[in-house]
Design a protein around this ligand. Structure first.
Ligand code: PMP
Length: 405
């Protein structure tokens, strides 16, 4: 892989400081930093060909439409989806899940049906389904988790029944960094004809996602968590589902013909992209995916594994510290607590040392309830972090402990 100093030079924010100290950014699970190529791509859109897509007959509108459709093709190849029209641009993971929950719900869910989610979900893969269940008088079933932060498959199998209409699970827990057995979850659901939505918000950036190999029915992720712009996201859906689902929102570009008597809808994928989309963002996201491919997804995974191993070594060497969930086999995200010290205090002190971590419930309150805690400190690392930065986290934590002892 490219030399780490060159990689870091691609991300201007990594050479800034906070409180006079070099920024150590360990909040990558919340959002990732952006390489120059993404910033330049977006700037190019606005300075060279900013015009609404799929509408104009003029040159720069054509160019914008072309680049937007190239971006869709980039996402298709990144996910290894079978068809380009299976890629819908959205505002993010949340936008994608709400679209499926609404659209799938309208078409397939009625009173007494069941929707299966898991105890490990981010709120955005719980609440849209709860809202659907409320609307349709359906029931939400929850796959339980265990102490190690893994879903309990035997219990999941028992939940599946003729009433089950869809399963929605996360590929990786955002709160704990544990990788979930989504392949097993998908094949069990498929054995009774039930589709599965995989929340890839924390999975896509840490390895190789091949939606055909995974055989998921829907796969969703956010651009901003994979070095792309905020307000961008993707909904992948198998053609066989998307072509059956009603549109989620009405407006421009999603229609074929509009009269006051009857409106007919556009073909896939445009049917699910009503209004002016964040086309500069989608083009920027494609640039981010290109950056990831240039570094090499295997290289990224290997580097993050090395960083995770070092972080686990440092953190397990601190006797007052308890790691929750990730034993080293997860992604490079570690949640932890320090005996007798509130996560918020730990986060505040680390911040003053220039180290940015996340504290709290990480939008996964049920996970915190499972461990009977209010929240954790979460350090989420990525390929542009360094061993030295992890050492700084370690000494920072020692300092926190000293201050409170
Ligand atoms: N699911 C998971 C697993 C996440 O980590 C997140 C973001 N923390 C989301 C969903 C929601 O993503 P967004 O806010 O980008 O829509």
């Amino acid at each position: 892989m490219k030399d780490i100093s060159l990689i870091r030079a691609d991300f201007p924010i990594l050479s800034t400081s906070v409180y006079g100290k070099p920024l150590v950014y360990f909040d990558n699970a919340a959002t990732t930093q952006k390489p120059l190529c993404v910033l330049e791509t977006i700037q190019d859109v606005y300075t060279e060909y900013n015009a609404n897509i799929h509408r104009g007959v003029h040159a720069i509108s054509d160019r914008a439409s072309e680049e937007y459709e190239k971006a869709r093709e980039k996402v298709r190849s990144f996910l290894n989806a079978a068809h380009k029209e299976e890629i819908i641009f959205t505002s993010g993971t949340t936008g994608s899940i709400n679209a499926v929950a609404f659209s799938f719900g309208e078409r397939y869910i009625s009173e007494g049906d069941e929707v299966v989610v898991s105890h490990l979900e981010h709120h955005s893969n719980i609440v849209p389904w709860q809202m659907l269940c409320e609307r349709k008088k359906a029931r939400l079933k929850v796959i339980p988790m265990n102490e190690s932060g893994m879903l309990v498959l035997e219990e999941y199998y028992k939940l599946l029944s003729p009433r089950t209409k869809i399963v929605a699970v996360t590929q990786v827990s955002n709160a704990l960094g544990t990788i979930q057995p989504v392949s097993e979850i998908i094949s069990a659901a498929h054995s009774i004809g039930v589709p599965v939505l995989v929340d890839g918000a924390q999975g896509i950036q840490h390895g190789i996602t091949d939606v055909q190999k995974l055989d998921c029915d829907f796969y969703v992720f956010s651009g901003h968590k994979i070095y792309g712009p905020a307000g961008t996201g993707v909904l992948y859906g198998k053609n066989k589902w998307l072509s059956e689902l009603p549109p989620y929102q009405g407006g421009g570009d999603m229609v074929a013909n509009v009269t006051f008597d009857k409106t007919t809808y556009n073909e896939l994928p445009f049917r699910f992209e009503a209004g002016t989309t964040n086309f500069p963002g989608a083009i920027g996201l494609a640039s981010a995916l290109g950056y990831v491919d240039a570094l090499g997804r295997e290289n990224i995974a290997a580097r993050e594994k090395e960083l995770l191993g070092h972080a686990i070594n440092i953190l397990t060497g601190i006797p007052q510290l308890r790691i929750i969930g990730n034993n080293g086999s997860g992604i490079s995200t570690i949640s932890f607590l320090i005996n007798g010290i509130h996560p918020y205090d730990t986060g505040m002190i680390l911040d003053k040392l220039g180290v940015a971590v996340r504290t709290g419930a990480h939008c996964a309150q049920p996970v915190m309830d499972f461990y009977e805690i209010e929240g954790t400190v979460r350090a989420s690392l990525c390929f542009y972090n360094t061993i030295e930065e992890i050492n700084l986290l370690g000494t920072g934590i020692e300092q926190v402990i000293k201050m409170f002892s």
